[in-house]
Write a protein that binds this ligand. Structure first.
Ligand SMILES: C[C@@H]1N[C@@H](c2nc3ccccc3[nH]2)[C@H](O)[C@@H]1O
Length: 452
């Protein structure tokens, strides 16, 4: 083991109330909103297919030109309460919003830069309106903050000279001041989601990433920090040079999910996957025909997949420059919300159930419950759902979540193996079966292994 000054500060999952709430939330809404939402991926009549929040670089726009978009930010159709109501109906328990993305524009009236909401025609503290509206709906609010900052002249991608290190030190002080400002002025913030920390400049300043983690936790006790902020003494990120996870949860799954077999080890730490609806658009893009757009059921399966492996799922929305929400996103919020209203109990406060993944779908289990949840996306033509149980687990009764009176046949077919008999018919939405189980009982050894 290496002696580290800036490595992981503890091992194992946090079990305090704040982290238990973060974990039990499971489903969150990501919001990417900034100046990039105004052009929405189109510049001088040309559509750029790369991520809309990167239009400044895709279209080679000067910082001066890009920054002047600030004078156009005046979202006439913005209504924080409507956003929060839609999120509530979608069934999210938390929301993470870009306070400052790579472009450097701040949604709050920061004292440390004029490149902020107070100098737009909108003027008001839009971040506060959003935080208050979501909190009023009982939704926790987290802050995304990009360390990478295209606007601030002191930002550096690498440190190659004395001048670089002096400028970058100024930048790190600026960023730490902004973060302290956010943690102080928005006291209900529950977590910080750091991004833009992969460059050499940050990796060479692991000490700063730990200083920021400690500062935020002293200003806002219980606050939760993602692993993406952190670099250790040797520039190792997310996990320190001893392989220990830094921060409070692993945030490496971006537009992808852990494999239920190959990546089963993620069940031993907290993690979150963040996901776009198109293939790769975080900020609003005018033209979604340029890539695959995930359907509500595709996204719902990802949410269940994440829960089944003990992780959170953060689904991204990119509001338009005028503050309205595009119809595709409204439809996804409604469809997922309708399912969550009936079946949310297999997501909220649920975790990895400890059973082997099966083709028909995913297992989840509520903390401390002896009830096993089965969420079925792929109904076998036989109607027979195979379940392999760990030694000592007995499956007893089963029923569809929505029809508790109608038993589903549970048939033990071999040692630690069962089949559940699903009625064969057309299903047009993910089905939930709840199974009563006993743990710690010895299975009757009535099955003979073949001799081969
Ligand atoms: C969570 C996601 N991370 C940002 C991001 N920055 C990148 C820089 C280089 C390559 C990919 C990137 N994705 C995306 O804009 C979004 O905010």
């Amino acid at each position: 083991r290496l002696e580290l000054k800036y490595g992981a500060q503890y091992t194992g999952k946090r079990t305090d109330a704040a982290m238990n709430k973060w974990r039990s939330n499971r489903f969150g809404q990501f919001i990417h909103w900034g100046l990039y939402a105004i052009p929405g991926g189109v510049w001088n009549g040309k559509t750029y297919n790369y991520a809309a929040e990167f239009l400044k670089s895709s279209a080679h726009i000067s910082t001066a030109t890009w920054d002047s978009l600030m004078y156009k930010f005046n979202p006439k159709k913005f209504n924080a309460k409507e956003w929060a109501k839609m999120a509530k109906k979608m069934g999210v328990k938390y929301m993470t919003i870009t306070t400052k993305h790579h472009e450097g524009f701040c949604l709050w009236p920061s004292r440390y830069t004029d490149f902020n909401i107070s100098n737009t025609p909108y003027k008001k503290d839009i971040l506060k309106e959003i935080v208050d509206a979501y909190n009023a709906e009982g939704i926790d609010v987290n802050f995304y903050y990009s360390v990478l900052d295209w606007h601030n002249p002191d930002w550096r991608y690498d440190i190659k000279s004395k001048e670089d290190s002096i400028a970058f030190r100024r930048y790190l002080d600026f960023a730490e001041n902004q973060l302290k400002e956010l943690a102080t002025n928005y006291p209900t913030v529950k977590a910080f989601w750091f991004d833009g920390t992969w460059d050499a400049s940050v990796k060479k300043n692991g000490w700063w990433t730990l200083e920021v983690e400690k500062m935020l936790k002293s200003v806002r006790p219980g606050v939760i920090i993602n692993s993406r902020l952190r670099a250790d003494d040797y520039g190792s990120r997310h996990k320190d040079s001893n392989g220990e996870l830094m921060g409070d949860y692993e945030s490496g799954y971006e537009r992808r999910l852990p494999d239920p077999v190959k990546d089963i080890k993620v069940t031993s730490w907290d993690w979150e996957a963040c996901m776009t609806i198109p293939e790769n658009q975080w900020g609003y893009h005018q033209d979604w025909s340029i890539s695959h757009v995930k359907s509500p059921l595709e996204l719902l399966e990802m949410l269940v997949h994440a829960t089944s492996m003990g992780g959170n799922f953060l689904l991204n929305f990119g509001p338009k420059g005028d503050g309205s929400i595009r119809s595709e996103e409204q439809n996804i919020a409604k469809t997922i919300g309708d399912w969550m209203a009936v079946n949310g109990q297999v997501i909220y406060n649920c975790d990895y159930a400890g059973l082997k993944k099966q083709d028909w779908g995913y297992f989840t289990r509520e903390k401390g419950s002896n009830q096993l949840n089965m969420v079925i996306f792929n109904v076998p033509v036989s109607g027979l759902l195979h379940v392999d149980v760990p030694k000592g687990m007995i499956l007893k009764k089963a029923h569809f979540l929505t029809t508790p009176g109608q038993q589903i046949k549970v048939e033990e077919i071999a040692k630690n193996q069962y089949l559940l008999h699903m009625p064969i018919k057309l299903y047009t939405s993910p089905q939930v079966i709840v199974v009563e189980c006993d743990n710690g009982k010895e299975n009757a050894n009535k099955y003979q292994d073949a001799k081969t």
